[in-house]
Design a protein. Structure first.
Length: 650
């Protein structure tokens, strides 16, 4: 490339620009500076080679050491000084990016070598530093072979151990043990030859002895791996799915690394290809990937060659079947009802039939089962259920497809009014009970279909509560009806009776217990025996209940959670007719192995009480038991009100 001389007009224009710039600097520059020259950079520190000596080297052994320096301006330029002898044969001086010099290589000749290294920086003018070094290359006997070429069972093999230093000729031997079966060591040449018969991976402890007087010896562990014959281990490739990535591989074993693979016939499915080879996996793998774009069966053959001399080659035929994606068609399940037969069949398409259906998450509603062949859910539900669970379908392809789906199912409990016995009331005293209800679908509609409630009481049509202040004594028979929202819409009725009497008496023991069943009942401690203004006696209440053997009855008192809050700190106990406490209860978060008494639902949370009573299953008919409610401090008054809620009883 040639340079161009600026024209006279451009030269004049340049001088004018410089003059204007100098005038600006003179009139506007700070500090009264009148010079137009830019400040000069500070001088660089002296350039010095700080390394003063080099470690010894040895013939046949790799050598590397840094030569360091400081000062000057980088980048630096390293070289041998003019007229300097060369480095020892096999070594060279290299420049590394960080600026240091590196003497590196494998010496091939022993001796003492003097040479001078020169370093020049990038200053203007450049600085130059020199230092003379003496490097001693020893002639100590060493084994320079670290690993032998891989061998293969059944193939002829030869490889040589090599050494450096000492005095030739060498004598080779095993320090202890023996070579793999089928191989021998030539003591004069260091050749290992033969035909190995078994797979092994050894590091032989070899010894070499030279011919000096006295002789010098060296030992080293040298790796020798004997591989099995070259083999394509993959017997069959899994099926692929149309449009889905196909992560698969062909597994190779034996022979001599590295391997090469090529297609020798047929073709892969369009969209699929060999993408990589992993020599680090055990065994090595040739990976396939890609998304097939065509359905069908695609046959092909591959050939794998190893790196032995001569190369060994094995071939194998494969096929890949591309199937449609398996899809679970059923997305929701119909509701059912306890006690009624249920059937729903799940559907799928794609993949390779037949399908296998299974539960993979949680469990089905009690009473239902899944047919693993047909995908039918069937049975008679035994309990109300509203939860999710997981069903999966698997096809019969090689490397099967598996599709999961989570379903939410509702098994509606058969609607039932569970209150069968109502506690008596007193004229002119407030009365409130919540009729017990099970199953169905809220909201509910309540009504009286025959008979009448006592005068002063009414039934809440949306709540199922009988409330009010009765005004007339007597026993009143009536039929209560409740209808749910569905689907399906259910309607049930129950015949009940309610007694209103002035003399209710006390219920202080099992013999005088108040009969009740399921529901929520408003009460107070022996409400009508002690006058409000009289002395506070340690009153308590007993309630009679019945339940089938083996069932679980839940009883809970509510006082602190009333509005307004009641000062009663209830204690809840379950006893038999003789006052004996069973031991098949649990408090919240416990087991059915504790005594049937509880003070607080949860310590520090509320002083209300709760028990779950597992009725002994030794009886053939209903079991009668008694719920005992009393105050922890024994100072209950008639105005200490509470609510008692019962479920699970007859």
């Amino acid at each position: 490339m040639t340079s161009r001389r600026p024209s006279a007009s451009r030269t004049a224009l340049g001088l004018l620009s410089i003059a204007v710039a100098e005038l600006f600097i003179t009139t506007c520059g700070g500090g009264g500076t009148t010079s137009s020259n830019p400040p000069k950079p500070p001088p660089a520190p002296p350039l010095v080679i700080t390394t003063t000596s080099l470690p010894d080297a040895n013939v046949g052994v790799w050598y590397g050491t840094w030569i360091q320096a400081e000062g000057g301006r980088k980048p630096w330029k390293w070289s041998l000084a003019a007229g300097s002898p060369t480095l020892p044969p096999g070594l060279e001086l290299k420049v590394i990016d960080i600026g240091y010099g590196l003497v590196e290589g494998t010496p091939t000749q022993p001796g003492t070598f003097d040479f001078t290294v020169q370093l020049q920086d990038s200053g203007n003018p450049p600085q130059t530093a020199k230092r003379q070094f003496t490097l001693v290359v020893g002639n100590r006997l060493v084994i320079t072979t670290t690993a032998l070429r891989g061998a293969v069972v059944g193939r002829p093999y030869e490889a040589y151990l090599e050494a450096a230093g000492g005095t030739t000729p060498y004598i080779w031997s095993l320090d202890w043990g023996s070579l793999p079966q089928g191989l021998v060591l030539n003591s004069s040449t260091g050749e290992i030859s033969g035909t190995p018969t078994g797979v092994t991976a050894e590091r032989g402890p070899f010894r070499v002895t030279d011919s000096s007087t006295p002789p010098e010896s060296a030992t080293a562990y040298v790796g020798l791996a004997i591989q099995p014959p070259l083999e394509i281990r993959t017997a069959r490739l899994s099926d692929a799915v149309f449009g889905k990535n196909y992560p698969n591989y062909i597994e190779v074993q034996g022979g001599v690394f590295p391997y090469t693979l090529r297609m020798i016939s047929g073709s892969l499915p369009p969209g699929v290809r060999f993408v990589s080879f992993s020599a680090n996996s055990i065994p090595p793998l040739f990976y396939l990937s890609g998304a097939p774009t065509q359905l069908g069966v695609f046959q092909f053959a591959v050939e794998v060659a190893d790196s032995d001399t001569p190369s060994w080659v094995v071939a194998k035929e494969f096929s890949i079947q591309v199937n449609e994606e398996l899809v679970l068609l059923t997305t929701s399940l119909p509701s059912g009802m306890t006690g009624e037969p249920y059937s729903a069949t799940l559907a799928a398409k794609g993949g390779v039939p037949p399908y296998i259906w299974s539960i993979y998450y949680k469990s089905l509603p009690p009473g239902l089962s899944l047919n693993s062949s047909s995908g039918e859910l069937h049975g008679v539900p035994t309990e109300a259920f509203h939860d999710d669970f997981g069903i999966s379908v698997q096809d019969s392809s090689h490397g099967p497809q598996w599709v999961p789906m989570t379903y939410t199912m509702r098994i509606v409990g058969r609607l039932a009014i569970t209150s069968s016995r109502l506690p008596r009331g007193r004229p002119e005293a407030p009365y409130r009970i919540q009729l017990g209800l099970f199953g169905g679908t809220a909201p509910y509609m309540w009504s009286i279909t025959s008979g009448n409630l006592p005068s002063g009481l009414s039934l809440g049509t949306s709540t199922g509560q009988i409330t009010g202040t009765p005004t007339t004594e007597g026993t009143f028979n009536f039929t209560v009806q409740v209808t749910d929202t569905g689907p399906p819409v259910q309607t049930v009725t129950k015949e009940l009776n309610l007694t209103i009497a002035s003399n209710l008496g006390r219920n202080d023991d099992p013999a005088t217990a108040t009969p009740i069943s399921n529901g929520t009942f408003r009460a107070s401690i022996s409400p009508f025996a002690d006058p409000v203004a009289g002395p506070a006696n340690p009153d308590h209440d007993f309630y009679e209940l019945a339940a089938n053997s083996g069932s679980v009855v839940t009883i809970e008192t509510t006082a602190k959670r009333l509005t307004p809050e009641s000062p009663l700190d209830t204690v809840l106990e379950i006893v038999d007719a003789a006052g004996n406490r069973p031991s098949t209860c649990r408090t919240p978060y416990g087991y059915y192995d504790g005594p049937c008494i509880n003070d607080d639902i949860e310590l520090g949370t509320t002083t209300d009480s709760r028990l779950e009573f597992q009725v002994p299953d030794s009886e053939t008919g209903p079991v009668t038991f008694f719920v005992h409610v009393f105050s922890w401090d024994g100072n209950a008054r008639p105005d200490y009100v509470y609510e008692l809620t019962v479920s699970g009883a007859n």
